[in-house]
Design a protein around this ligand. Sequence first.
Ligand code: FPP
Length: 251
Amino acid sequence: MGDPSLRPDRIPRHVAVIMDGNGRWAQQRGRSRIEGHREGLEAVRAIVRAAGDFGVEVLTLYAFSLENWNRPQAEVTELMRLLDHYLEVELEEVMRNDIEVRVVGRLDRVPLGVRKRLEEAIERTRGGRAMKLVFALSYGGRAEIVDAARKLLRDAELGKVDPERLDEKTFAAYLYDPELPDPDLLIRTGAECRVSNFLLWQIAYSEIYVTETMWPDFREANLRDALIDYQSRERRFGLTSEQVRDGRESG
Ligand code: FPP
């Protein structure tokens, strides 16, 4: 049997990525963590292009977690600078490729310059139809749920929501970007098997793919492997295999 190939009719709509391993990649080469992040930026460039080419509709990148604010100041500054640099240098290319930029997270903590750059990117790419590129920035999954609950409670006080009738769909409408579909595939590079407070609500039924490849080494071929692996999974959403098969045949 030859290598399994990628089926264009079963590309996940939404791929979310925990880009881990920049520090270890650098350490293995006797280089600084910051250099690892700089190489990580090359992987971001490559994967944004590749995901669009594969036909992914939404690509969410975990660029900076709320916990990352506690890293050494120089590293935090460099990560913000890299994001700013990416948006500055790649915006034309992103627009040419008809990609829409979005952001989720507690942006009030993000330096003003970076926020402005993001606003510009969001504004200028609005309506891009090829792919949505979502940066999770100053993001925490629990914080997102708490922020949603806060907005919901305010609306309940105003009588706009009836607590007795609250359901998952109503709650999800209060998340940072309710227009996005849930991730079908969650990729984590750098070998660690955990979700690290990423999209906790949205990944309830996501397929999880963990690879030992460190983020700075992750390229189109690695993304293809992840997609092929995803295509071998049976997504049951709590049903039995038989129910899934029957549904597919009748639907
Ligand atoms: C985790 O690696 C990665 C990050 C905290 C940040 C990801 C940032 C980039 C890929 C740089 C550019 C980003 C954008 C969005 C333009 P780690 O440092 O935790 O690695 P380690 O687990 O090996 O220490």
